[in-house]
Each structure stands twice: as structure tokens, then as C-alpha cells.
Design a binder for this molecule. Structure first.
Ligand code: ZN
Length: 264
């Protein structure tokens, strides 16, 4: 989302012959170390032994390093909320590569140890050759509208007055559009007419890819599931509840709708 033409972060692994040197990000047990210029990047230097390359940052290799102990570094969610676009992309990548390498130390097919390949994000089994790649889990996130009005819901785990859009994982064999219809029906009992793709956003907790959609309601009657959703209601653009933070795709769906109806 940076305005510059040259992307700061390039998804190209430096390869085997690269010197173990460049920018790096320090992961602790529950947070990430502050780096240069209010960001998460440590200035270029020699990488520690356990460094994992992530790609290239401003033409230099960049890696992440997992360190033991907890030193009260800010948690990843806080960083993601305030980092500029390119560093947020880099952090989302680092979080997912970190989770994937931690969860794939052994082969899911035969149980033997896996080892990391250097030229791509892949772990290979030393015994049977099975390869595993970072898992990405597609989710739909959708703003249901009826004319100018917005259907927003309060998840049982949200802060007290916050309402948001609806979201859920896409099931095996399901299209994203059908997942929108199914999730909306399951969570609030509303039938959907037209569905329109908005944009997507990586959400690395632990490895979601949020696919944003606008969905036009065919009916207004709400019937909440009472489990995941604590409350759901129609809101007019003039009377809105507390909304999700501005860097979330949920908020971007809401703001885009509000701008569109304001111009009508
Ligand atoms: Zn194996």
C-alpha cells in the first residue's frame, strides 16, 4: 500500500550462497523487538545462527530470528496496527513463516524430521521426500448491506461496544461466494442477493487470508446464532457503533460503503 513504485519488500529468497548478513527482525516469546526508525527492522549486520531468510528488503537480504526469553517487547498485533504498509507485509510474512516452521518440524506423512530448503519456503522430509509449504487459510469477511444500512455484529470476544462485519473460514470444496452466503445465513439468518469482491488482506493470526466482500441482503430479519455472535443489528450511516481499527479490512469495507452512500 506504499505509494512508491519500488517495493521495499521483495518475495525473493536470497538463496544458499548468500552471506548470512542483512536486515533482521528479532522475535521473542510474545513480542517483537523495536528496531530502526520506530519499526521492527534491525540495521544490517551478521545474522545469528538460527536466522531464517524471508526475502529482500531495500535490496538487502532480510531474516527473522527467534530468541528465547521474554523481554516485554510489543506484541505482533500492536506492531501490525501501526507499521507502514511494506513493513506490515514483511511482518505478516515473518509471523506465518515462523508459525509454519515451528509446526512442521516433522513429516505429516511418515513422522521423520523435516529440513528447511533454502531457495523457497518449503520443508522437506529427509526420509520420504514429502514437502510442506506454509499453510494459508482463506476466510471470507463480508459487509452485509441493505440500501444505505449496514448489518454489523458483536462477537462474544469483542470489547463491550464494538461491532464489526461477519467473517468465517471457507470450507474444503467451497467457493468464496458460497462461503459468504453460508456464513451470513449461519450467523445472522439473513439471505443474500448480490455478492461483490472488494479486496483481500493477509491476517497472520495464525495464517488467514481475508477475502473481503460486499453482500446485499435480500431480507432484513435477523436471527443470531447466539454462540459466536452475541448481538447483530442494522445500523444507519448516521448512527454507528464503535467500529474495528482502521488498518483492518473490516473497517475498510465499512468506510468504503459509507463513502459510496454519502455521494448518492
Ligand atoms: Zn516423510
Amino acid at each position: 500500500m506504499t505509494a512508491t513504485s519500488e517495493p521495499a519488500f521483495v518475495r525473493e529468497l536470497p538463496g544458499a550462497q548468500t552471506p548470512r548478513w542483512g536486515y533482521w527482525i528479532r522475535f521473542g516469546e510474545s513480542g517483537i523487538a523495536p528496531g530502526d526508525e520506530d519499526g521492527i527492522l534491525q540495521l544490517p549486520g551478521e545474522w545469528p545462527e538460527q536466522a531464517m531468510a524471508l526475502g529482500m528488503w531495500r535490496d538487502l537480504p532480510v531474516a527473522m530470528v527467534h530468541e528465547q526469553g521474554d523481554v516485554n517487547w510489543p506484541p505482533a498485533r500492536d506492531w501490525l496496527a501501526r507499521l507502514p504498509g511494506a513493513q506490515a507485509d514483511l511482518l505478516a510474512t515473518a509471523l506465518q513463516v515462523n508459525a509454519w516452521s515451528r509446526d512442521h518440524r516433522f513429516c505429516g506423512r511418515c513422522g521423520s524430521p523435516m529440513s528447511r530448503l533454502t531457495h523457497e519456503f518449503a520443508m522437506q522430509c529427509q526420509a520420504c521426500g514429502h514437502r510442506s509449504y506454509p499453510r494459508i487459510s482463506p476466510c471470507i469477511i463480508t459487509l452485509v448491506t441493505h440500501g444505505r444500512d449496514l448489518l454489523l455484529a458483536r462477537n462474544a470476544r469483542f470489547p463491550a461496544r464494538r461491532y464489526s462485519t461477519l467473517a468465517g473460514f471457507i470450507e474444503p470444496g467451497e467457493t468464496a461466494e458460497n462461503a459468504v452466503r453460508r456464513e451470513v445465513h449461519e450467523e445472522v439468518g439473513v439471505d443474500i442477493g448480490r455478492v461483490r469482491f472488494f479486496r483481500s488482506q493477509s491476517w497472520p493470526f495464525p495464517h488467514s487470508l481475508m477475502l473481503g466482500f460486499f453482500a446485499e441482503a435480500a431480507s432484513r430479519r435477523i436471527r443470531i446464532d447466539g454462540v459466536e455472535i452475541a448481538d447483530a443489528a442494522w445500523f444507519t450511516p448516521r448512527r454507528l457503533p464503535e467500529l474495528p481499527p482502521s488498518h483492518s479490512i473490516s473497517r475498510q469495507l465499512i468506510e468504503t460503503h459509507l463513502s459510496a452512500v454519502a455521494m448518492r
